[in-house]
Each structure stands twice: as structure tokens, then as C-alpha cells.
Design a protein around this ligand. Structure first.
Ligand SMILES: [Zn+2]
Length: 64
């Protein structure tokens, strides 16, 4: 996972290839696809907490 905090925003990078994807502001819930490696990611940013899910790994966990 690659999240950097800069001032009031978070800068989120792809956990697979490290490409910078977006800058998140407070209250964001986003679904994004990495343009380089095509990982599908869900970002939830509420208050000071930021979570990054990779949809592929969630699917793998559900299929067990
Ligand atoms: Zn990527």
C-alpha cells in the first residue's frame, strides 16, 4: 500500500506498480482503476482514516 499524507490531502499510489493515482480529500469514496497495471481499487476516506481495497484480493477471499 502506498499512501502519503501531504497537508490536508492524501496522495494514493497503486499498491502493485507504484503509479500515483489521485489526491483524496476528506469524505471521498472512490473506485478507480490503475492506468498502468489495471488493478481495480476502492478508496474510502472518512475523517483521518483512509482505507484502500484492491478488488481482486477481495474477490479471492470471497471465493474460498
Ligand atoms: Zn498499478
Amino acid at each position: 500500500m502506498c499512501i502519503m499524507k501531504k497537508h490536508e490531502k492524501y496522495i494514493i499510489c497503486c499498491p502493485n506498480c507504484g503509479k500515483q493515482l489521485l489526491k483524496s480529500k476528506d469524505g471521498s469514496e472512490l473506485e478507480i482503476e490503475c492506468p498502468r497495471c489495471h488493478s481495480e481499487l476502492t478508496v474510502v476516506h472518512i475523517g483521518t482514516e483512509l482505507k484502500l481495497h484492491e478488488r481482486i484480493s477481495e474477490y479471492t477471499a470471497e471465493s474460498k
